[in-house]
Ligand binder design. Structure first.
Ligand SMILES: [Zn+2]
Length: 319
């Protein structure tokens, strides 16, 4: 029997958990659905990620408002993917902040990505008609952007670590509490989506830079919060492990001139024992392998995913 397309048959609501990681530091996790966060400044809030729709974001904000009523000065978006950014209008933020590449990617492929992600993960798009349009950053940076949180709260450091999950991912680092929000650069017991990725950069220098923070709590893109140095290192190692297995398996088939389908089957067989039961594994892998195949074929930048291309690749590999 054909597998249902991507996550189109995943309709069961996930349970959301709000955790206070330190004074004024919040994370909302949701059993493998996209994670989000917030950091209190002395008289303002920084929110990290915006979810897929304003309606979905308002549910999160209602929970956050049980803890703090401060206005949102900054909405930080770790990268351009629709399920992270299209809820932005609900935050009424003074500043929407991304990496400069993210703005370019939204201009180049934001519309296509919206249609693609809606088709792949319709459940995440609560009240899709509440989306007013693409989300545009109002400020961008290239390497590092520091927000003084005021009082004795220290800084929040936004840092680009190199190409990875996309061309423009950033992380948010709270040195005072040693808490790191990584976006989709690290997943904790959730499969990786690498359809827009730069696998080789990600698995090497970029994850090295992420690891170098020495975080003691890590909020990944999906999955539970990692707590303690050991758990943080394990989440990073597990992300790198997923990438390394893919690079090895797909690289081997590509190198001997085999077909894409065989590379997909080899990667699936190698990853399934460890990662097969994790959220979105079956959903992601065809898109992941298709992108990595491009990299091995010398295609520098990921081909834009459209709703049509999604279905073609799915039919080629997963049916
Ligand atoms: Zn993403």
């Amino acid at each position: 029997m054909a597998k249902p397309f991507a996550s189109s048959a995943d309709l069961e609501e996930k349970r959301q958990t709000l955790e206070v990681l330190a004074d004024g530091v919040y994370a909302l996790t949701a059993e493998g659905d996209p994670n989000i966060g917030a950091i209190e400044g002395e008289d303002f809030l920084v929110c990290f990620e915006a979810l897929a729709t304003p309606a979905a974001a308002r549910t999160w904000l209602a929970r956050l408002r049980e803890h703090t009523g401060k206005p949102v000065r900054y909405l930080v978006l770790s990268h351009y993917h629709a399920v992270r950014v299209l809820g932005a209008s609900a935050f009424e933020a003074d500043v929407i902040l991304t990496h400069e590449k993210t703005r370019e990617l939204i201009a180049e492929r934001g519309e296509a990505d919206w249609a693609s992600e809606y088709g792949r993960m319709p459940r995440l798009f609560a009240e899709p008609e509440s989306i007013p349009g693409l989300t545009w950053p109002t400020a961008t940076f290239a390497e590092r952007f520091t927000i003084d949180l005021g009082g004795d709260r220290g800084d929040l450091v936004l840092q680009y670590c190199g190409r990875g999950h996309t061309e423009g991912d950033i992380v948010a680092w709270l040195p005072r509490h040693r808490v790191l929000f990584t976006g989709d650069l690290v997943e904790a017991e959730a499969a990786l989506y690498t359809g827009d990725a730069f696998h080789h950069d990600w698995a090497t220098a970029t994850l090295d830079r992420v690891a170098a923070f020495g975080a003691e709590a890590l909020v990944g893109g999906r999955g539970a919060v990692a707590k303690g140095r050991e758990a943080c290192d394990a989440a990073i190692a597990q992300t790198r492990g997923f990438l390394d297995v893919m690079r090895q398996e797909v690289g081997f088939v590509h190198g001997r001139g085999g077909p894409l389908k065989e590379a997909f089957e080899a990667a699936h067989a190698a990853l399934a024992p460890k990662f097969g039961q994790w959220p979105i594994f079956e959903h992601c892998l065809p898109f992941d392998v298709a992108r990595l195949w491009e990299e091995y074929s010398g295609v520098e930048r990921p081909t834009v995913w459209t709703a049509e291309r999604d279905r073609e690749v799915w039919a080629q590999l997963q049916d």
